[in-house]
Design a protein around this ligand. Sequence first.
Ligand code: CTP
Length: 419
Amino acid sequence: MRFNSYAAKVLVKRVLLIIGGGIAAYKCLDLIRRLRERDLAVRVVLTKAAQEFVTPLSVSALTNDRVFTDLFDLDDEREIGHIRLSREADLIVVAPATADLLARMANGIANDLATAVILAADKPVLAAPAMNPRMWLNPATQRNVARLAGDGIHFIGPNEGEMAERGEAGPGRMAEVPELVSAIEKLLSSKLSAGRLPLSGRHVLVTSGPTHEPIDPVRYIANRSSGKQGHAIAAAAAKLGARVTLIAGPVALADPVGVTVHHIETAEEMLEAVKEALPADIAILAAAVADWRIDAPAAGKIKKGAKASPPSLALTENPDILKTIAARNAHRPALVIGFAAETESVVEQATAKRRAKGADWIVANDVSPAAGVFGGDRNTVHLITGGGAETWPQMTKAEVAERLVMRAAEHLAKTQISV
Ligand code: CTP
């Protein structure tokens, strides 16, 4: 998979740091800062013993994320779970790796969250041992380390030097933070963690195209949406490794490669298909859903001369799919993105629409006839988030799609290790 330079720049790697119970645990606070400075996402598991040295509060202030401590915290097991904690990292770092942690790791023991996460790991694990020199040199520890190295665990340190205990010196000091950072960077850039794309493991749900609302079996009301933008978004998300479900209205476009497509016609069918496709990590609702449908479509073709005057069409409002999805408690996607097609005061109207619909982001575009957006290949958009509005330069719909899904991937990686 080739990344354009924008994609490469924002690719976020995720480190799961397991802090063990040793005096060197304090170094991990600095380690977290250094990793975050390098734009790495850091999530932390603290062992029970580690909490004697650093508090969950101080760690969480640095990671800007919750800290995980307990295997039997039912909420966590339901929402996150040790398997997911483990799966959703690119690298697991154990620091300080105490003699006790190494012994449990070497024997496949999983009697707390830290060891359960390590045992479930399918990613590289880096251990930074730290302990008293006699404990390190003890044949039992050496046996455990040799076994773990044989199992493919990576080690950094320990270094030689003065110990926290007065008068004790020898091998057992945890590697210094700069050494840890460079070992982590090396492992993250190595082949071991390659192959992971920014949206690997994510489910992205996209709506695209217009909807057709029947008047009778042969006539319908519709709009000028071509579906090009929505389809390009589905294709871009698939290229970034996501499992993509596209709910497409009637369009003259081929189904994007590697995407599961459900073809629907009406707004009500689109809403049903969207609900069925949940849960998803990201929902990008780009369809130009018809705001109204015919109250009572005729079962047979309405004949021209049947009445003295032309038939009048009574309309009913369609469900608002974006608003419905954004308001859900169960299975609300972590990131709900809507579009706003406006012909005047684009940013103002879209900002109001973001609030009114409960969307996280709104992609606003100018659809006045002069802008040539409907059916065209280029788009000038404004991204409206909780932080304000940013205007993107004019680009093709494919470029808008790539940039949008990369932004979404980056946002998810920063705000949560996963869904
Ligand atoms: N949308 C939706 N369901 C609807 C209408 C709109 O999910 N019944 C979504 C669109 O997919 C888009 C966003 O809402 O992501 C905004 O669509 P837009 O047509 O600009 O807004 P409307 O709600 O129709 O408001 P108005 O036409 O009054 O500007």
